[in-house]
Design a protein around this ligand. Structure first.
Ligand code: 5GP
Length: 171
């Protein structure tokens, strides 16, 4: 498995991430609390916050989706919980990619139970053709076809997270 074709260049990603940051800031001008999902969203999150001026706080969660190779088994397990409460906060979940939607739906359910004032979701990439559940995502960077991608935080077997672009993995 090697990354072959470049799907999104670093320039395309940077432009879109700046637009998403501006949208989130416009919707939450006073304060916003971003909850990023490790590990895949770490670069997306860091570029997002660097494009936002004004108050913004962060926290991290880690989930295991029991992924086998390039397909998800649909089971989700919480590996690392948040450090702080969400009570009364404007919360935006930051995900790398929404595929079947099972991970994000699970996250939305457990975070909604913690009484945030507002709960929204942002993803850099979305594969709508793969969706198994109806999950709402307010901020979507790019809609892509059904292919396995790496780079810009996304891995294959823990490699390729350091690529500045997003590439499709072929065999
Ligand atoms: P879902 O629960 O929506 O099926 O899967 C979400 C998770 O599966 C993502 O957060 C990501 O970790 C992983 N995933 C889904 N599609 C891809 C992909 O094309 N590339 C990589 N690297 N991970 C993916």
């Amino acid at each position: 498995m090697h990354p072959t074709e470049i799907l999104l260049s670093n320039e395309q990603i940077q432009k879109r991430v700046a637009e998403l940051a501006a949208e989130i800031r416009r919707d939450f001008p006073d304060d916003v609390h971003l909850v990023a999902v490790l590990k895949g969203a770490f670069i997306f999150l860091s570029d997002l916050v660097r494009n936002m001026t004004g108050p913004v706080s962060l926290d991290f969660m880690a989930l295991s989706s029991y992924a086998k190779g390039t397909t998800s088994s649909g089971e989700v397990r919480l590996l690392k919980d948040l450090d702080t409460t969400l009570d009364g906060k404007n919360v935006v979940i930051i995900e790398d990619i929404v595929d079947t939607g099972l991970t994000l739906l699970y996250l939305q359910d457990i975070l909604r139970a913690r009484n945030p004032k507002v709960l929204r979701s942002a993803c850099l990439l979305s594969k709508p053709s793969r969706r198994q559940v109806d999950v709402k995502v307010e901020y979507v960077g790019f809609t892509i076809d059904d292919c396995f991608v790496v780079g810009y935080g996304l891995d294959y077997a823990e490699q390729y997270r350091n690529l500045r672009h997003i590439a499709v993995v072929g065999s």
